[in-house]
Ligand binder design. Structure first.
Ligand code: AMP
Length: 282
């Protein structure tokens, strides 16, 4: 495994590989790696000649400075995990390397409604920050395939749009399933910040999404959302949203016709830890 810290060094190395027709799979992460991240690396390993994993806690996508400060950083463990997964290349840039002019201002991406709903509504500017870093990373890595987790459902749609907006439709977007703990909790770097009681409660998020799935009937949707949201609040979660949306574009759904593909998405706090999850309903 080779570790690069400088964008130009990585670019120069990958240019040589491109001459030899090597196809590159790219897995962007913010580190504090878990099996969910590693499953993306494994999938990329199976489908490409070379796999690049980046680890960069992107300050531009944190609307809350406190959340950024508390984001877990475990670089040494991460490197060992990637080595065990036989990842070929790690890219570990500094903030200065990625944003030499600072990260507060920059290019704006025309994401439309997608950045104003759900995560976008509760984390203003978040998806602009995500696009900014992924745009920069794609320029450096120039992969054949980009690996993302369904765990961040809205982010997958945003990045699909980024590929369109930046004329990178030749990059194949691979959306990989959410890996879960045995009790159903979606794996997340943020789970390490949960205390014992919170950790015991956390599987109720996926349980409620599963309950929503089993209660889905033709007809009105808001009651289902309200029931799930009320149950989570009663169990001590602070609920940002529980929403059922169109699985293709996340537009809101009021009445289900029995045909439309739906996804349920939730964002909740346990103490000061914000967790998200989602489930395809049909
Ligand atoms: P993050 O480090 O949280 O920014 O995540 C990096 C990538 O890993 C994103 O594409 C995530 O969607 C994906 N990912 C995070 N958690 C999981 C999980 N539990 N299962 C599968 N992929 C995940």
């Amino acid at each position: 495994m080779i570790l690069f810290k400088k964008a130009t060094d990585l670019r120069n190395y990958l240019e040589v590989q491109a001459v030899n027709n090597k196809e590159i799979g790219f897995v962007p992460t913010m580190g504090a790696l878990h099996q969910g991240h590693l499953s993306l690396v494994e999938t990329s390993k199976n489908e490409n000649d070379l796999t690049v994993c980046s680890i960069f806690v992107n300050p531009a996508q944190f609307n809350d400075p406190d959340d950024l400060k508390k984001y877990p950083v475990t670089i040494e463990e991460d490197i060992l995990k990637l080595e065990s997964s036989c990842c070929d290349i790690i890219f570990l840039p500094s903030v200065k390397e990625m944003y030499p002019q600072g990260y507060s201002a920059g290019k704006k991406y025309a994401l439309g409604q997608l950045e104003l709903i759900l995560e976008g509504k509760y984390r203003p500017g978040h998806f602009q920050g995500v696009c900014r870093i992924v745009d920069l990373l794609l320029e450096i890595v120039q992969p054949a395939r980009l690996y993302l987790g369904q765990k961040d459902y809205q982010q997958c749609l945003v990045l699909k749009k980024l590929l369109d907006l930046t004329n990178r439709s030749s990059i194949e977007l691979k959306i990989c399933p959410t890996l879960r703990e045995a009790d159903g909790l979606a794996m997340s770097s943020r789970n390490r910040r949960l205390g014992q009681t919170e950790r015991e409660k956390a599987p109720l998020i996926s349980k409620n999404l599963n309950d929503l799935k089993s209660s889905l009937r033709i007809g009105s949707i808001p009651e289902l959302e309200e029931t799930a949201s009320r149950k989570l609040s009663q169990d001590g979660f602070k609920v940002d949203y529980v929403e059922i949306a169109d699985a293709g574009d996340l537009s809101p759904v009021n009445t289900w016709d029995g045909e439309q593909k739906l996804v349920a998405l939730a964002a909740v706090y346990l103490g000061d830890v914000r967790l998200i999850d989602n489930m395809l309903l049909n």
